[in-house]
Design a binder for this molecule. Structure first.
Ligand code: HEC
Ligand code: HEC
Ligand code: HEC
Ligand code: HEC
Ligand code: HEC
Ligand code: HEC
Ligand code: HEC
Length: 270
């Protein structure tokens, strides 16, 4: 899902504002230019505040370069690099859209507490990704709001796609999960092909109403691929499989407990 609000983006050349027509546009309030406002009145617009730092002003991503070159050089291809302030000569506020205005930080040579670090709080991200706050408030979620982990544990904000594996290779998205969930890694003698397709096939990574952050709480989670199991005629140990399926979820104790893969059971039972 796209963020609640969109930004005015500049083209790669950095000259002309590219305004996504159908989406709501959010504009860093401090940088909002009246002229731009007038030129996009037809678009549903939400203005919201970037992280505030009392007394500080925006200096643009370029100026971070002198001290954080390692980050600024790889940033040009990052998902968020295109975030720009509107206007002909506006600064590229990419860095500061998450870190807040950088003048005091820069002038002080990087003194402590002069800049926002979203590692300590996801609020900087929620400004634009408001729907994510809701997802993390669901009954079963990764403990980001509790401060035990951060958005940055799964999303690299500084280079490439913010979604692991560029959003294309699910294998490397899995890799980001497996660094903390080693038990699901395998290798398993009997792999479950579904896992290769991606952890997020079955788990909502931010949060879910269902235990274990499952995308669905019942057999439907499995039946979207194993729809043939509904059909008549399949027996397990002489009994119709459909009877088993009424007993509980497919991964109920005694059934397919080893849903991520098994060392001993072809039918992923343990
Ligand atoms: C004059 C040098 C200088 C400039 C310019 C500068 N920084 Fe820093 N920055 C530092 C130093 C020094 C530190 C502390 C040591 C470190 O973490 O590298 C730091 C730390 C940080 C941190 C971590 C702070 C924390 O509390 O964890 C962030 C985030 C940051 N800078 C972002 C930026 C951004 C964004 C810009 C541009 C708007 C910028 N910096 C410009 C020198 C600078
Ligand atoms: C999408 C939001 C976002 C943008 C845009 C962004 N950062 Fe960050 N930045 C983060 C997060 C999140 C962290 C904490 C990473 C973590 O959890 O380890 C961070 C950490 C940092 C740090 C602390 C050192 C470190 O590596 O942990 C520095 C310095 C920094 N960023 C500089 C920059 C600069 C310079 C830019 C622009 C070129 C930039 N950031 C753009 C989100 C962002
Ligand atoms: C100033 C607004 C803003 C802030 C702050 C912001 N984002 Fe984003 N984010 C966006 C926009 C706009 C997009 C869509 C970019 C696109 O489609 O090219 C986006 C896209 C993303 C994506 C999808 C990337 C992709 O390649 O599809 C992720 C993941 C993401 N943001 C995570 C974060 C995290 C984590 C933070 C906080 C560290 C954060 N964002 C802070 C505006 C923001
Ligand atoms: C446990 C890992 C994990 C954490 C922590 C996490 N994300 Fe994500 N996020 C993902 C994965 C994986 C995707 C890819 C979407 C999918 O396949 O469902 C994603 C997708 C996204 C997207 C783009 C698609 C969408 O749903 O809009 C945004 C934006 C995003 N995350 C923001 C955030 C923010 C903000 C935080 C912190 C508050 C965060 N994420 C924390 C794993 C995580
Ligand atoms: C930085 C470490 C980290 C990463 C990366 C991570 N997780 Fe987690 N995960 C956790 C923590 C911590 C918990 C909470 C454990 C607890 O409450 O006992 C958790 C809980 C879970 C749970 C629920 C477990 C339960 O017993 O209720 C599932 C499912 C899960 N994660 C899946 C994923 C998926 C899928 C990904 C990748 C998109 C992922 N995790 C990435 C740290 C991580
Ligand atoms: C085919 C669906 C499916 C896929 C794909 C999948 N899981 Fe799961 N996962 C489940 C089910 C179902 C459970 C609940 C098992 C239970 O309650 O006994 C679960 C439970 C978990 C748990 C909690 C473990 C525990 O012992 O309670 C973690 C952590 C987890 N999965 C991580 C992952 C990771 C990481 C991936 C990707 C490598 C992944 N899952 C892929 C279906 C799946
Ligand atoms: C993305 C599709 C997909 C999903 C979702 C999925 N599976 Fe699978 N599963 C497969 C594929 C593909 C195979 C290997 C081919 C086959 O045997 O059908 C497989 C194999 C199996 C096997 C081994 C069958 C055998 O006799 O060799 C079991 C058991 C199984 N899955 C159970 C489950 C359970 C339980 C769930 C839900 C938690 C689930 N699957 C969800 C795709 C999926």
């Amino acid at each position: 899902m796209k963020p609640e609000h969109d930004f005015v983006e500049l083209s790669a050349a950095g000259t002309k504002p590219r305004i996504p027509g159908t989406k709501a546009i959010a504009i860093l309030s401090g940088l909002l230019l009246a002229g731009v406002l007038a030129s996009c009145v037809s678009i549903n617009r939400v203005v919201m505040a970037p992280p505030q730092i009392p007394g500080a002003t925006y200096i643009g991503s370029e100026s971070c370069n002198q001290c954080h070159e390692d980050i600024t050089t790889k940033f040009s291809f990052a998902s968020h690099a295109r975030l720009q302030a509107p206007g002909e000569n506006a600064a590229n506020v990419g860095c500061e859209s998450c870190h807040g205005p950088g003048s005091l930080h820069s002038e002080s040579g990087g003194a402590y507490n002069t800049i926002v670090n979203p590692k300590r709080s996801p609020e900087a991200c929620f400004q634009c990704h408001l729907d994510k706050r809701g997802e993390f408030h669901l009954p079963h979620s990764h403990p980001v709001l509790a401060g035990q982990m951060s958005c940055g544990d799964c999303h690299d904000p500084h280079s490439g796609s913010a979604i692991g594996g560029g959003g294309t290779s699910l294998m490397s998205e899995n890799e980001s999960c497996l660094q903390c969930h080693a038990a699901q890694r395998g290798p398993h003698v009997f792999e479950h092909e579904a896992v290769r397709e991606g952890c997020t096939l079955c788990h909502n990574p931010h949060g879910s109403v269902n235990p274990k952050m499952l995308a669905q709480r019942n057999a439907n989670l499995c039946l979207k691929c194993h729809f043939q199991e509904i059909g008549a005629g399949i027996t397990v140990g002489g009994f119709p499989h459909s009877l088993n399926m009424q007993r509980g979820t497919c991964w109920t104790s005694g059934c397919h407990e080893a849903v991520h893969g098994s060392q001993v059971s072809t039918s992923l039972r343990f």
